[in-house]
Design a protein around this ligand. Sequence first.
Ligand SMILES: [Zn+2]
Length: 266
Amino acid sequence: MRLRYSRIIVLTLSLLVTWGSSARAQLEFLAVEKDVVEQRFRRNKFGNGKRSKEVTTLFEETGCPREHLSLEKVKRSSNPNVACTLPGTTDAVIVVGAHFDAVETSSGAIDNWSGASLLPSLYFSLSHPQRKHTFVFIGFTDEEKGLFGSKFYVKQLTDEAKSKVRAMINLDTLGLSPTKIGVSGANPGLVDAIGTVAGAMKLPMSGPSRIKSWSLTSLQQRLMKTGGRLVKHARYYLVLLAEGHLNRRLFGEMLARLAALPAPGG
Ligand SMILES: [Zn+2]
């Protein structure tokens, strides 16, 4: 089902860019209504193969043209990485990724259909007007087996392609709590920036706290990835995330910071 334009609000935000400049920037993006985000979240399927197809279908439905949609066969995985590229005015790249696979016996709703189902909405949201950076929205296969999809993606990039990647944003297990910052070899500028944004917007945030070893397994255990009750709760929290934590202003602030990243000739 193609989104009707009557349901879409085009926002023009006038934001103060605080990253290295105090110039005012006009940023535009398309807003996706929260019931559409929720509907996409409810389209979670059981089985990684079905989920990879669903990500592809969602990208198609949100308008990713065939020539910009790619299914990348991944060594040791029966499912491909699913990527949609949004060309910018420069070839500097921002990668936005989320794994779509789940561990066996799990519904995988939170970890990580919550992240994967958001990729097409983010693609749509940034698809107009054309941006400075080229965005690659990518659903990774078989993260749970050992980061198969993401490792393969990086491995097949040429040195030249790698040098063009300015940032990577990973979406995993969204909407369970307010923002927490865990620091493990993080860029201090980025840690400061998120504190500044959260403070200015009076968003609940804890941290930064230092994480010695970043163990996905223990995180997943803490977040109780399996269990119907949690899924129900998580849906509830997902609505809160869309409405309260990832609101238009915060999204605009994030875009302003992304737009301020260096791009050759940009
Ligand atoms: Zn995950």
